[in-house]
Design a protein around this ligand. Structure first.
Ligand code: ATP
Ligand code: MG
Length: 568
């Protein structure tokens, strides 16, 4: 076994098929045992959880085999790209825990070299300018079982092609009026080999190269060559690029001067249930105001997941669990949710917040008095210690934790009933006040039993229900946002006759404006995660919180409510 593999051995995780290929090549001494990958985002949108799968693989392979991973922006289409996206992509990769060690490259860095290579192909009679528009070219492509037909411009002389290509780049011809095509084989069984378009005319200025260029390389003409220029050994991409591989290799073979060539390997992309993942569709959700931004907490973008309260660890764990194969899959979003639940269970501080406050007056507790009660910050992490929470004569509980006429088996509060207040006392209800007109319960009256103080060695009286609560004079008001899945259909993208927007969940955001929170949450910061007792995991919202008014997001509930619903 090559000692290059030791990092992986230490981690004791099973190897995926790409790691096995890498190890075989290392053992065979290929590329001087050099491992060099790249992550190649197009800066036309924010990164999503699917990209995280690619990032973990590209950077992970480099990390595990003492290699390098470049960040390369695939910025070949100025009409869709923007620096806003470049910045967000870098931030998201760092957040996930990876670094490109200064190797930040752009396909546009190679526009000069790519242009020269195109000129060389023309000189070798391997490329020609076609004066037809894209529809005409498509109509001559043939079908997988029928050869295509030659373009009437295929036999142009080298001199004419050189002249036209240079004038295309000088801006002499309108967008769409001419393209440069590779001259390969119109009868190839691979449609991508049938004289593919390699350059098109675009007048939109480029976010990095301005108006220097009027011709821009197609993805297929830029990608493999950029890999080659950077010395990439393993060009990892998703399965839809399988049919592009022959063309990738063809271009690299025209370019290479020795043994070295980058190798494209394809893996299955991440698709999530109840989610759309294409950047075009995510952009549509932003532009039509369905969500508040690319980083809306309901978006599957990394910035959305971050704002929602997902941790990078939970995302890396999830990606690890689903693995890398050659088979298309639709991954269950509940697996992602259980990953974050698992992590937050370890790290979240347990606090109390009441979303729908109902006032409880403890009639035998002295007016004007209060006390501090001891409560653990996180029983899963005893080293986080305890903190004190205030208790007093007036507290809030959840409205639906009280019922005037409870059904059998109701273990919360009702007239004559008893419950424990978490980390406090047992209380029993003796009266309540009801609004005569609306019938709404306005206040309830209880007594507490001073002998039942939690954790004090007092009487650990057996009661069936435990409620969360906050002390009314000490609590503060905040907004809490509850999220649900953005789509109600398992595969919103998978319907031929219906648009994905038809499956939007109208209840994906529920705003609770009048929640009462325990005072320790006043100083919450964005790095902290909380478990609100009985309600789920929460964190501060980075967009709407101000120093005067805090807004909290629910990351995820304590249990998988969807699976439960489906079963019962
Ligand atoms: P989209 O379809 O969302 O627009 P894209 O493939 O056009 O995605 P790029 O910015 O070109 O987006 O992707 C950068 C890298 O991330 C590519 O290597 C691509 O294969 C990979 N990638 C994109 N989506 C996924 C996904 N769902 N699962 C795994 N890898 C992905
Ligand atoms: Mg792409």
């Amino acid at each position: 076994m090559s000692d290059m593999a030791t990092n992986l051995e230490d981690k004791k995780i099973s190897k995926n098929f790409i790691e096995l290929i890498v190890e075989e090549e290392l053992a065979a001494g290929k590329n001087g045992q050099r491992i060099h990958t790249r992550f190649p985002p197009e800066p036309n949108g924010y990164l999503h959880i699917g990209h995280a799968k690619a990032i973990c693989l590209d950077f992970g392979i480099a990390e595990n085999y003492q290699g390098k991973c470049n960040l390369r922006f695939d910025d070949t289409n100025p009409t869709k790209e923007d620096v806003e996206f470049v910045d967000s992509i870098k931030e998201d990769i760092h957040w996930l825990g990876y670094d490109w060690e200064g190797r930040e490259f752009y396909a546009s860095d190679y526009f000069g070299k790519l242009y020269d290579f195109a000129v060389e192909l023309i000189q070798r009679d391997l490329a020609y300018v076609d004066d037809q528009n894209s529809e005409a070219i498509a109509s001559q492509k043939g079908t997988p079982t029928e050869a295509g037909t030659f373009s009437p411009y295929r036999q142009r002389t080298v001199a004419e092609n050189l002249d036209l290509f240079q004038r295309m780049n000088a801006g002499e011809f309108a967008e769409g009026s001419r393209v440069l095509r590779a001259k390969i084989e119109m009868s190839s069984s691979n449609m991508h080999m049938r004289d593919p378009i390699i350059y098109r005319i675009i007048f939109t200025p480029h976010h990095r190269t301005g108006t220097t260029w009027k011709v821009y390389p197609m993805y297929d003409f830029a990608h493999g060559q950029s890999d080659y220029f950077e010395g990439i050994t393993h060009s990892l991409c998703t399965l839809e690029f399988v049919p592009h591989r022959e063309l990738y290799d063809w271009f690299v073979n025209q370019l290479k001067t020795d043994d070295y060539a980058p190798r494209q390997i394809e893996f299955n992309r991440l698709n999530l249930t109840y989610t759309v993942m294409s950047k075009r569709k995510l952009l549509q959700l932003v532009q039509t105001g369905v969500v508040d931004s690319w980083w809306d907490p309901r978006m599957p973008t990394l910035s959305g997941l971050r704002r929602r309260g997902y941790t990078p660890e939970s995302i890396r764990n999830f990606v690890d669990k689903i693995g890398y194969t050659k088979y298309l899959a639709l991954n269950d979003i509940s697996l992602l949710e259980s990953s974050i639940r698992e992590h937050l269970n370890q790290i979240a501080t347990r606090v109390m917040a009441v979303l729908n406050p109902l006032k409880v007056v403890i009639t035998n507790y002295p007016e004007g008095q209060s006390e501090e009660l001891d409560t653990p910050n996180n029983p899963e992490a005893p080293e986080t210690g305890n903190r004190m929470i205030p208790f007093s004569r007036e507290i809030f509980i959840e409205k639906d934790d009280f019922m005037e006429n409870p059904p059998k088996g109701y273990f919360r509060l009702f007239p004559g009933g008893e419950v424990r207040l978490k980390s406090a006392y047992v209380i029993s209800c003796h009266d309540f006040k009801k609004n005569a007109e609306t019938g709404e319960i306005e206040e309830i009256y209880c007594t507490y039993d001073p002998e039942t103080k939690s954790g004090s060695g007092g009487i650990q009286k057996k009661v069936k229900g435990t409620l969360h609560w906050v002390s009314a004079p000490h609590a503060f008001k905040a907004e809490v946002r509850l999220y649900d899945r953005l789509f109600m259909d398992e595969n919103p993208d998978g319907h031929k006759d219906k648009d994905f927007t038809e499956f939007l969940n109208p209840d994906s955001l529920k705003i609770m404006p009048n929640c009462m929170l325990e005072p320790s949450l006043k100083t919450a910061d964005l790095s902290q995660k909380f478990q609100f007792t009985r309600l789920g995991y929460f964190c501060l919202d980075s967009m709407y919180s101000t120093t005067e008014s805090l807004v909290f997001n629910r990351v995820v509930g304590l249990k998988d409510s969807w699976t439960k619903q489906q079963k019962g």
